[in-house]
Design a protein around this ligand. Structure first.
Ligand code: GDP
Ligand code: MG
Length: 166
């Protein structure tokens, strides 16, 4: 089984940390980053019977302020390649314009969406639940999963659920 996965979310929520935790040591990371017009491969996780290709979404990552229409389109094109998209949030996150725009983009993709609440190691359990309850209704999420990218909590579960969607 092979599929593309994109990790999206506001800056600093832990996207890079999560990718590193996922790729870990059991992985063959691509040394070259093949760049097509639509997809930028960040790393490949190879398991016994699967291969997950993690892709970058340049349009969204580079957007510093409000995302303009062109960037939204670019991000959308890039996300259209993904089979699964993780929307990464942290427990104290609020619904700002950046997240609103991102959710609008995600709504238009056919990918299976996971709500991933990161940094659970640094927050109270209620805060994690509150965040999950706040963001879950915003999109049609297949799963909601609390993780700690830093400590590695639930990362295996995340991979397992992802493989099910490939
Ligand atoms: P990105 O901008 O979304 O790629 O976020 P980074 O991966 O660069 O992480 C931003 C900051 O959050 C860094 O200081 C990380 O160490 C920290 N961070 C990431 N994941 C976790 C986590 O699970 N728990 C805690 N406590 N901090 C985290
Ligand atoms: Mg990063």
């Amino acid at each position: 089984k092979t599929g593309f996965v994109a990790i999206v979310g506001r800056p600093n929520v832990g996207k890079s940390t999560l990718l590193n935790a996922i790729l870990g040591e059991k992985v063959a990371i691509t040394s070259a980053k093949p760049q097509t017009t639509r997809t930028n491969i960040q790393g490949i996780l190879t398991g016994e019977n699967y291969q997950i290709i993690y892709i970058d979404t340049p349009g969204y990552h580079n957007a510093k302020d409000t995302i303009n229409k062109m960037m939204v389109q670019q991000a959308k094109d890039s996300l259209d390649n993904a089979h699964v998209i993780y929307l990464l949030v942290q427990p104290d996150e609020f619904m700002g314009p950046e997240l609103e725009s991102l959710i609008k983009v995600l709504e238009k993709t056919d990918a299976v969406k996971f709500l991933v609440v990161n940094k659970v190691d640094g927050f109270k359990r209620e805060q994690v639940y509150d965040a999950a309850n706040k963001f879950f209704p915003k999109l049609q999420f297949k799963h909601v999963l609390p993780v700690s990218a830093l400590k590695g909590n639930n990362v295996d579960k995340l991979i397992e659920l992802t493989v099910e969607e490939l």
